[in-house]
Design a binder for this molecule. Structure first.
Ligand SMILES: *[C@@H]1O[C@H](CO)[C@@H](O)[C@H](O)[C@H]1NC(C)=O
Ligand SMILES: *[C@@H]1O[C@H](CO)[C@@H](O)[C@H](O)[C@H]1NC(C)=O
Length: 398
């Protein structure tokens, strides 16, 4: 176990190390060992298997082959051919892959210990509660009932098995990395399923962002100190949306074939999220709130795919059933009529909605070396250890 002293060494040599990190990608283990566990929340970008314990099957179905074919060699509930960003972060931090909460609860995960962290993310989850969409007249899928609020309730339910005293909770939560998101992408899927103007779509953003920030406040009040909050992906490059919202005017697309107005919209969401995160950081100076810029990390892959080893046609789907983007609603990945490409590592999009392990690997690299985290994820280690008890905890102690 890494003590606070190794973090102080990091603090003194931070500038020198930052230089080293920029040149090579070898981050010293002593630096990354600073987090003792990971707790995560979100949707299919982060779900490592909670989906398996939820009754309804989804389209595409991440529980069926060829999901998992590249790395786990079986479907695990991860919506990709292999590891997700969360897996790469855990590996780099020398922590075990983060186990799904429902797997632990159902006794499927044996010998769980606090070091293994817990993942509360559910594929399809929204930031806002399902009832919000129901009231607006949308046909709500079951997954919307595993909103961020529900995931937080699970976390609170689980807390007594993590720690039993104020001091032990402070230690476990204070030394953990909390990853809250990406979440919110699915919230916009409901309004986007109908014809809607950009201005109308924008009216949803304050509510979605507020659901995320109140979850963060709550986690901080429970004892979280270091939180990484990813923004939305540039879904204007997402083949399923590109297929659904195809327009004739070529000027509406950028040079990579992404829909410009959609990316403008998701950038708008991210800007508002960042503004609110800055406010939270001022409100809670003892914490480290890190924004993870998934948007620009993915946009970089879409704009220069060949530079990163991907094929030229970056909006083409690896596992799909035909059509201009190889994304076909009637033959989505894991259903009949869809086949996987031979080499998923040449594709950014795995199934039209989710990315390949290869793309997630590149994004993780950009997060961990600080290119796409504000402030940098690794440098946050220095002030992250909780040693003195100067914050109040409001959870019930037994
Ligand atoms: C907390 O106490 C409960 C009940 O005594 C016990 O089951 C649980 O294992 C304890 N948790 C920890 C982390 O010690
Ligand atoms: C989409 O899938 C259906 C069902 O497999 C198939 O009949 C159709 O031809 C496919 N469309 C394209 C454009 O390939």
């Amino acid at each position: 176990m890494m003590g606070a002293s190794s973090c102080q060494v990091w603090s003194l040599q931070a500038q020198w190390l930052a230089l080293l990190v920029a040149v090579s990608f070898t981050i010293p283990a002593t630096v990354l060992g600073c987090y003792t566990s990971i707790f995560s929340f979100g949707d299919s970008l982060t779900d490592t298997g909670n989906l398996r314990f939820i009754s309804s099957s989804q389209r595409p179905d991440c529980l069926r082959p060829p999901y998992g074919s590249t790395y786990f060699h079986r479907p695990t509930g991860r919506c990709s051919d292999g590891r997700l960003i969360l897996d790469f972060i855990a590996e780099t931090l020398h922590l075990p892959l983060v186990k799904p909460y429902l797997g632990i609860k159902n006794g499927d995960v044996k010998d769980w210990n606090t070091q293994q962290g817990v993942n509360f993310a559910v594929a399809g989850a929204t930031a806002l509660d399902g009832v919000f969409f129901e009231e607006k007249g949308f046909d709500v899928e079951e997954a919307a009932y595993y909103s961020l609020r529900v995931q937080l309730d699970w976390f609170k339910e689980f807390l007594p098995s993590l720690c039993n005293s104020s001091s032990s909770c402070k230690k476990v939560l204070g030394n953990a990395l909390f990853i809250v998101g990406e979440i919110g992408g699915n919230d916009y899927g409901y309004p986007l399923s109908q014809p809607m103007s950009l201005e109308e779509l924008k009216t949803y953003v304050p509510q979605v962002v507020s659901a995320i920030t109140s979850a963060i406040s709550e986690l901080i009040n429970l004892g979280a100190v270091t939180l990484m909050i990813p923004g939305n992906l540039p879904l204007g490059c997402n083949p399923s949306l590109l297929t659904g919202i195809a327009v004739k005017d070529k000027d509406e697309y950028d040079k990579s074939g992404c829909l410009k107005w959609l990316n403008t919209f998701f950038d708008y969401h991210n800007k508002m999220l960042q503004t609110e995160l800055n406010n939270l950081q001022l409100l809670y100076p003892h914490t480290k709130i890190i924004y993870a810029d998934y948007f620009n990390a993915v946009l970089q892959l879409n704009h220069s795919p060949e530079q990163f080893g991907f094929g030229k046609n970056v909006v083409e789907v690896c596992c799909g059933g035909g059509g201009p983007y190889n994304y076909n609603e009637s033959a989505v990945c894991s259903y009949s009529g869809a086949v996987s490409c031979d080499d998923p590592s040449k594709y950014v999009s795995w199934d039209g909605l989710h990315l390949t392990e290869a793309a997630y690997r590149w994004i993780s690299k950009g997060l961990l070396d600080g290119t796409y985290t504000i402030p940098g994820l690794t440098t946050s280690c220095t002030s992250q250890f909780v040693t003195s008890g100067d914050f109040s905890s409001n959870y019930a102690m037994k």
